[in-house]
Write a protein that binds this ligand. Sequence first.
Ligand code: C2E
Ligand code: CA
Ligand code: CA
Length: 656
Amino acid sequence: MEKKKKGFIERIWEVVRDALGFYRNPPYVADYMREANVRSAAYMSFVVIALELWMVVRYINKYVFAGKVKDIGEFFHWTKSYWIFMGCALAVFIYALIFLSGRIKRYKQLSNLWTVGLGMVCLYFGMITSFSDFEKGKMITCFLTMVMYAGCLLIWRPYISVIMMTAIAAVFRYWINNYAVGRDGASIQLGDGDTVNYQMYFISLTMVAISIYYQRHREAKKAQSLELAMVTDDVTGLPNMRRFRVEASEYVKKAVEEGRHPVYIFFNVENFQTYNDRNGYEAGNVFLKEIGQIITRNFPGEPVARDTEDHFAVLTCREDFEDRVKAVREAVKVAEKGEIYLDMKAGTLRPTDVDADPVLELNKCRHACYLLKNHEEDAIKEYDEKLDKNYRLRQYVLNNIDKAVREGYIKVYYQPVVWADDGMLCGCEALARWDDPDMGFLSPGVFIPVLEECRQIHKLDRCIYNTVCRRMRECLDAGLPVVPVSLNFSRLDFELMDVVAELEGLIEKYNIPRDYLHVEITESALTDNMAKLQEAMNILHEKGYSIWLDDFGSGYSSMNVLKDYRFDLLKVDMVFLRNFSGNENARKIVKSILDLAKSLNMMTLTEGVETEEAVEFLQEAGCGRLQGYFYGKPMVYEDILKKIEDGTYRLSDKYI
Ligand code: C2E
Ligand code: CA
Ligand code: CA
């Protein structure tokens, strides 16, 4: 937009306006100036207190010690003005200290009233003292000193300073010149020379006040722009989360007080990465700015901020916020022009605690929003009680995984694996359990996905592997039966730790044969060909570990996995045995998977074996090993030992 050229009058007015201070200060600057005035008030009131104390001491020294005062009543009668003055200063001093400690949030404007009050008291005492001094033929120093106090106490805009100073000077001069009476009873006035000095004094003091004002004003503006730079997002020009946090806190409190219902909204642009890849980072930034504008347009006058990446935060009291979210979604799609799939998803939350941290509230919205991933039709999800329970559990898991590992809340359960042909025990699978003193018994379905999502899974797995190996060594030392154990590995384990070094370390520490540990990697973890994982698998193979492919058939690219990776054993996923009875197709599929594995020189194991019927079929189909509730649920190792002892499990003498 082209700027209109300013006319002469307009420019003159601007100069006058700036010189005299006829403008509105933004809240930040106003706060800064107010605080500076209160700080001055603290200093000056302290000086007044010290001065009046000194006056009292002086009085005591001069009159009390000289025995000129009869009683305490007389003492207070003659010193009352000192006490009144000191009391006023003390009140202002205490107020200033509370104000400066940041404890006064509301009615901050009243601070001016306090300082003006003290200023008036100063002037009043100055005037009456100097008036009587003048009548006694002395100088009016006390008044001038008090004017200086009042002047330093309050730094106003120039026009106020000029009016105030002129008024004080005129009033006092008028009073003296018209009412002061000398010792001889005749009226007395300021002499010509004194009048000039008197006027010069006021003019100079006014100039000092104005120049202090300008200096403070400049500092305030500088501080404001620094502050603004710190709280503004570079890319979109919107406030960043630091500012949002402050604005949102105030907004929620005010809205609740006024009986309105605030709602937090977290926006996520789905698939923004593709936009960046296609159009470049710069264009991506421009588009983010446009999205920010779209959101601001739909939520005018309300806190809007950019979080990180393609995430935005809004706080609104509008009842039609859902329609507005939809409007944002549509507008973003239009702005993108439909070249790629791009969608705007939102998670919302109605805050129940006005003091809750806005950033944490937004994290909950984020959680709700992420649940919409891959649900193309839904654009908005509210964070409700059910989600809250889920979210808290999730937070609990993340906040307590270290403690759980440290305190031994993580337990290993062992599920038996048997040979299909004779049902003899040939191994166990180690499965994690979290036995928490506060939350109770947690199953892996609760904590494993959270730990994987937040890249903490290696902490748990490391603990499981260590526990398994330690237990194995204890059994070997005690002459108790030991079977090979298969350990579950997450794809992330290969990123987050050196799997080979980890296993080798345990083998050495506990002196365990390598063929007593099997490495289970789930099929769904192997979607993309990861060089790091391939490399680790090759080394593990070379070292002599057996590597098992877990959950075969559960993912989308089972065949690719077989093509790209070398496994020693294939675990047929338990989905195939669900609704197995009388299902001819299931039988055919399982049979062909087993045949396929054999043709690739892989051993086989079928999971989820729950019935006699399944056992018979799998024996016939030539499956190598079986695992499932039919043989035993996961249990503590003591139970495995008991069942070996009572003959429920017969130990096989071959393990491979
Ligand atoms: P998974 O590796 O496929 O483990 C088999 C799961 O199936 C276990 O569930 C087991 O209790 C259950 N199961 C075994 N037999 C039967 C059966 O006959 N019928 C039915 N319905 N279920 C059976 P769990 O222990 O809840 O473990 C769930 C998943 O959590 C595991 O699936 C594995 O992916 C993961 N997991 C468990 N422990 C660990 C661990 O220590 N580390 C890692 N990374 N993942 C683990
Ligand atoms: Ca497994
Ligand atoms: Ca499995």
